[in-house]
Write a protein that binds this ligand. Structure first.
Ligand code: GAR
Length: 210
């Protein structure tokens, strides 16, 4: 089974979904470690409750993004993972960091990429009067939130929605699609080559997968 390292900054509900999918054997993998840049991230408690090793690498202790990412990458590589999962890890990554895990790092982003890269995606979808919103799982490349999309889930936006109601409905979708994509990766069904994604040997389009 595959070795997975998960990076978090906060609540870790996506981490929990992946922990649960490993326990149920939906995912043929083991989470070797959970690493947070914040000592008070609730996801660290989730990891400890599941007997998963945790590390905190606090970005505030470093002078530069490069110095931080070097220590973070070294910490990850201690576990020699097959897959690095970014699950609400709220840091921009240096090209050097991304290159060290090329083709084996996934991120989840709460928008229908390529729409709304960056922050405050729910409010931006509301402000634009979008009729739909969603979430994307993608391979990480040097371009922020720009790597090739593997899987998306969409929700309808209603007149009553707020950023909070959208976030809640997005979360329920995230907890389905992120374990699914990790399952594919751990079953050797999913690869990235030259920024192209292949599922079961067939190339996926960069966007529009539902
Ligand atoms: C998730 O909604 C994820 O899509 C988002 O952070 C949340 C983490 O929730 N990620 C980003 O915004 C990345 N830029 P969680 O800690 O409960 O998994």
């Amino acid at each position: 089974s595959k070795k997975i390292v998960v990076l978090i900054s906060g609540s870790g509900s996506n981490l929990q979904a992946i922990i649960d999918a490993c326990i149920s054997q939906q995912i043929n993998g083991v989470i070797s470690a959970v690493i947070s840049n914040k000592a008070d991230a609730y996801g660290l408690t989730r990891a400890q409750n599941a007997n998963i090793q945790t590390h905190v690498v606090d970005h505030k202790a470093f002078d530069s993004r490069e110095a931080y990412d070097k220590v973070l990458a070294d910490k990850i590589e201690l576990h020699n993972p097959d897959l690095v999962v970014l699950a609400g890890f709220m840091r921009i990554l240096t090209p050097e960091f991304v290159q060290r895990f090329a083709g084996k790092m996934l991120n989840i982003h709460p928008s229908l990429l390529p729409k709304y890269q960056g922050l405050n995606t729910h409010q931006r979808a509301l402000d634009a009067k979008d009729k739909e919103h969603g979430v994307s799982v993608h391979f990480v490349t040097e371009e922020l939130d720009g790597g090739p999309v593997v899987c998306q889930a969409a929700i309808e936006i209603t007149a009553e929605d707020t950023a909070d109601t959208l976030a809640a409905r997005i979360h329920t979708k995230e907890h389905i699609i992120y374990p699914l994509v990790v399952e594919w990766f751990c079953d050797n069904k999913l690869t990235m080559d030259n920024s192209l994604v292949f599922l079961n040997g067939e190339q996926l389009e960069a966007t529009g997968i539902r």
